[in-house]
Design a protein around this ligand. Structure first.
Ligand code: IMP
Ligand code: MG
Length: 178
């Protein structure tokens, strides 16, 4: 399928399933090499990362824990301004290598919020994996350790990513036709 329609918007194929598969295997190889002697816990950020995480971690062959967290849609107001709460972290992260698994980093607001909340739990180190990064939109200094694709600042769906809840089940990634 070269184009899909969600509501009234048209999306054109941007990354084929095979290209995604190759990138996922490349990242898995890097993780296998880099983390084999560490006490690792992967924190998969739901919902968008579910397919990426499943494909990535079935190619990760070292001992590890895997847990799933979600950003609440509720926004609390604190001294630092608006923050979203990270829900579902019940694990002890102290002294562990925590690896955040994200589908996409756009402005980086979400990632920044996740990182700040994980750091409060005193991991030994924190690594970040994202399938997609929009470099033109990214506003933070956090180093992203593993990147599948750097993509233009355009809205994409598929392979876990949604538009208004739709499109997550597509095996390719499609970008909005403006
Ligand atoms: P950020 O906080 O601006 O980095 O955006 C992060 C969140 O916005 C992601 O976790 C996605 O849920 C959503 N998002 C950003 N860009 C896209 C996109 O192109 N397609 C689908 N969702 C996106
Ligand atoms: Mg996400």
């Amino acid at each position: 399928m070269d184009t899909i329609t969600i509501h009234d918007s048209t999306f054109r194929i941007f990354l084929q399933p095979g290209e995604i598969h190759d990138a996922v295997e490349r990242i898995a190889r890097q993780l296998n090499n880099d983390l084999h002697d560490k006490d690792v816990i992967f924190l998969v950020i739901l919902n968008g990362s579910f397919l990426f995480a499943a494909d990535l971690l079935r190619n990760y062959h070292n001992s590890c824990r895997i847990s799933f967290v979600k950003i609440s849609s509720y926004e609390g107001i604190t001294n630092e301004g608006r923050i979203k709460e990270l829900i579902g972290i019940n694990e002890i992260l102290e002294d562990k290598t925590v690896v955040i698994v994200e589908d996409i980093v756009d402005t980086g607001n979400t990632l920044d919020c996740v990182i700040n909340q994980i750091k409060e739990k005193h991991p030994a180190e924190l690594k970040i994996v994202t399938l997609l990064l929009k470099p033109e939109a990214y506003e933070y200094p956090h180093k992203i350790d593993y990147i599948g694709f750097r993509i233009p600042n355009r809205f994409v769906v598929g392979y876990g990513l949604d538009y208004d809840g739709f499109g997550r089940n597509m095996t390719g990634i499609y970008s909005l036709v403006e």
